[in-house]
Ligand binder design. Structure first.
Ligand code: GAR
Length: 219
């Protein structure tokens, strides 16, 4: 039995990705423990989800701090106090400073609702619709100092339809987020994630299907 990986989950909002991670742990599919859930917003519904599952929570409101560095210093202290080994950004809408990144080298994950490096930043789904892509998706990546940037661990693709709204596309992508975020964290928990330059190497990646999918589908 390996010791479960200690997670600190940072949120800003609804926390459906947090919920997917909690559910995977409770099902026994993810050998990890959530040590603390921290929000930069007091009204984040994800805090309610965390409390429902008996998890420790904290609020560090960015508005209480004069600088990003000060805010990040408090965040790092809180995460260290809880023995956090891997930081999970789950809809956490703040850019982290170099100080924070250095405190957890190659130990911060983010999920983004697009196939990075396409459409970083806010409203990724709207950006995809406006650009007219036929395939979009979700990306889990290691975090560096740029927004929605860093070595990619896992991606999932979904079709985009011409009559999609931001809501319908977001829902299709979110379903994939909930699948790949716990799966990517599991790779970490199993010690299978290595980094070489811009790329992530997964140890024992034996299952390598060669199939693709097209969008639009055969017409
Ligand atoms: C998710 O779609 C996540 O990919 C996105 O915020 C949403 C949070 O939802 N993150 C970003 O856009 C990061 N740039 P949730 O609070 O229900 O997990």
């Amino acid at each position: 039995m390996t010791t479960p990986l200690s997670l600190g989950v940072l949120i800003s909002g609804g926390g459906t990705n947090l919920q997917a991670i909690i559910d995977a742990i409770e099902r026994g599919d993810l050998p990890a423990r959530i040590r603390i859930v921290v929000s930069n917003r007091r009204d984040a519904y994800g805090l309610v989800r965390a409390a429902r599952h008996g998890l420790s929570t904290g609020v560090i409101a960015h508005t209480d701090f004069a600088s990003r560095e000060e805010f990040d210093r408090h965040l790092v202290t809180l995460l260290h106090e809880h023995g956090v080994e891997l930081v999970i950004l789950a809809g956490f809408m703040r850019l982290l400073s170099a100080r924070f990144i250095r405190a957890f080298p190659h130990r911060i994950l983010n999920i983004h609702p697009a196939l990075l490096p396409a459409f970083p930043g806010l409203h990724a789904q709207r950006q995809a619709l406006e650009r007219g892509v036929r395939i979009s998706g979700a990306t889990v990546h290691l975090v560096d100092e740029e927004m929605d940037h860093g070595p990619i661990i896992m991606q999932a693709a979904v079709p985009v339809y011409p009559d999609d709204t931001e809501d319908s596309l977001s829902a299709r992508i979110l379903a994939q987020e909930h699948r790949i975020y716990p799966a990517a964290i599991k790779l970490f928990a199993e010690g299978r994630v290595g980094v070489r330059g811009n790329s992530v190497l997964i140890r024992d990646e034996h299952h390598r299907p060669q199939t693709g999918f097209q969008s639009p589908a055969a017409v």
